[in-house]
Design a protein around this ligand. Structure first.
Ligand code: PAF
Length: 291
């Protein structure tokens, strides 16, 4: 695998790959790679002639400097892993390459959904994500780019961004990979203690409980009323609320088509339940389709 740190070399390599008519699959990451990332790479290697990974802990998407500083960085291990799955190129840029002259996020205004949920709790987060993804897409010019469903709002916004900006890139969404107790794999899990990992499993339990209860309601009716939805949420969160080590940030149902909050459920539409919570100091997110 070739490792490139600067933009001019990357441009040269990309133009050679394009000249040889190879299709490019791209997996942008912030490193600290785990099985969740691996599933994206495997798909990309299978579906494209040439797979590129980027590892860059993007400062503009962090609204909290402690979160940025403590974000796990495991580059040596990541390189070994990428070599083992036949990744062709790793782009590992410095801050100066990505943000010359201390440039910041751009002010993208294509959707107000960037201010909801993760956007509300982490102001500026999605502007930072779109800024870096746009830069990386322009450099790498992939045919397909791979993102995990674990960051569902990010995936939804990137799909919309690609459409609105008419970028000729197919966004491929890949299912969340989970650990033993259902905990969604995330680089941030590295910062959890063993007992916190156990507590974090409660997020998955709440999602499963919620989905199962809604399926029971569906069995009797094609509609779940606002009151039923409120009660189902309350019941799903009971064990989280009882646990003093978990601090819930949000638990919301959205309509997948337009990312609007759902107050009731029409079973002929597609919804998703999204959760965010602190386990001790670590903030985790997860989600589940309600189909
Ligand atoms: O999902 C991530 O790891 C990051 O948000 C991304 C897409 C690589 C942008 O920095």
């Amino acid at each position: 695998m070739e490792i490139i740190n600067n933009i001019s070399l990357l441009r040269k390599t990309i133009s050679e790959v394009k000249e040889s008519n190879k299709s490019i699959g791209f997996v942008p990451t912030m490193g600290s790679l785990h099985q969740g990332h691996l599933s994206l790479f495997k798909k990309s290697v299978l579906e494209n002639d040439y797979t590129i990974c980027s590892i860059y802990v993007n400062p503009t998407q962090f609204n909290n400097s402690q979160d940025f500083e403590t974000y796990p960085r495991t580059n040596n291990k990541d390189v070994e892993l990428l070599n083992s799955i036949n990744c062709d190129l790793l782009f590992l840029p410095t801050d100066r390459e990505m943000y010359p002259e201390d440039e910041r996020s751009k002010d993208y205004r294509f959707t107000e959904k960037i201010n909801l949920l993760e956007g509300e709790k982490r102001p500026g987060h999605f502007l930072g994500v779109i800024t870096i993804v746009h830069k990386l897409f322009s450099l790498v010019q992939p045919n397909k780019a791979y993102f995990g469903e674990k960051d569902y709002q990010q995936l939804w916004i990137i799909k919309l961004f690609t459409k609105e900006f008419k970028l000729p890139i197919k966004i491929i969404s890949c299912p969340t990979i989970r650990g033993e107790n259902g905990l969604a794999l995330s680089s941030r899990n590295n910062n959890l203690s063993c007992s916190e990992k156990k507590d974090a499993g409660k997020l998955f339990e709440a999602l499963v409980f919620f989905k199962t209860e809604l399926e029971k309601i569906k069995y009797n009716s094609s509609y779940c009323t606002p009151l039923s939805l409120i009660n189902t949420k309350k019941n799903a969160l009971a064990s989280i609320k009882k646990n003093p080590l978990i601090k819930l940030d949000y638990f919301e149902v959205i309509d997948e088509e337009n990312f609007s909050f759902a107050n009731d459920i029409n079973y002929d539409r597609n919804y998703r339940i999204l959760i965010a919570a602190y386990i001790g100091e670590i903030r985790l997110i997860d989600n589940m389709s309600l189909q």
